[in-house]
Design a protein around this ligand. Sequence first.
Ligand SMILES: [Ca+2]
Length: 313
Amino acid sequence: MKKKYFILLLVFVLSLTLVAGCAKKDGKETTTTPTVKPVVTNAPTEVVTEEPTATPIPGPVTYTDINFNEDTEDEAPMFDGWTVLDAAGQNNSKVKKEKDVESNYYFLTGFMNVTMDEIVEEAYTFSFDAKGVSSVEVAAAFVRGYSQLLIPVSTNPQGANYYEADDSGTKFTSTTGIGFWFKANGTLTLFVKTYDKDASANIGNVFAEITTTYDGSKWNNILISDNNKGVITYSVNNAVVATVEYSELGEYADVFEGEQFYKKVSIKNAEGAVVASTESAFVYQFSEIAFGSRTGSLSLDNILVKTLEEVKE
Ligand SMILES: [Ca+2]
């Protein structure tokens, strides 16, 4: 009997061991951590960023960089790539020598038309150093005119050029474009040619007197920057003094058939306030860069014109 009990006990222990083993195995299976299915997300959408507005960058053409110096001859062509017209043949305008410095400059006076030969059809900057004007007559820098487009005036049947009076009863000259008239006291006149049926030659002007740091007894740096998209910025001695905004390209068929002009123009002061405006401007679709004088005297040096490459869209 004792042996029988021992065997039963042994079977019982073995059974317990097996049951425990199975239980352990089952437990292991039931406690297996289920696989977490990955969260399926949509493929990320490619974000298309809009190209920023194209900004003009300097280059690639520099038309002229004229530092009148010891080597500059005192006769045409002292402006390489420009045409110098001494309308009255007085031969007053000269390359002059600066006192005490090895630098020359160009003295513009008399009835002069100095135009850059290539008409600019893109954004550009036009900079130079200027001194004067002591005369009460006009000596100015012009942009967005075109001296081939002329309206006859009483003093000149060939038409008002940059040096010529416009018959408007003022001292303003030229038929087309925007003039920046230098004056010794620093109050410079910015004037825009207009189509004016009431004027005797049908040429009028809108203009603004611009207060600047310009000092006629010293050299001043002038920068005219035209983005070819409707804004010209005028700076004197590194300070913006005015902007000219132009728009509404159209034709004056009865005057210049086939030629396009910006008709709507406003002059803003340095604070951005409109100080003069017109809707009949003769502001040419392209830009002839020029100096003109009608017995006003202006000294010029370091003339530099650069086109700005407009990024193609
Ligand atoms: Ca010089």
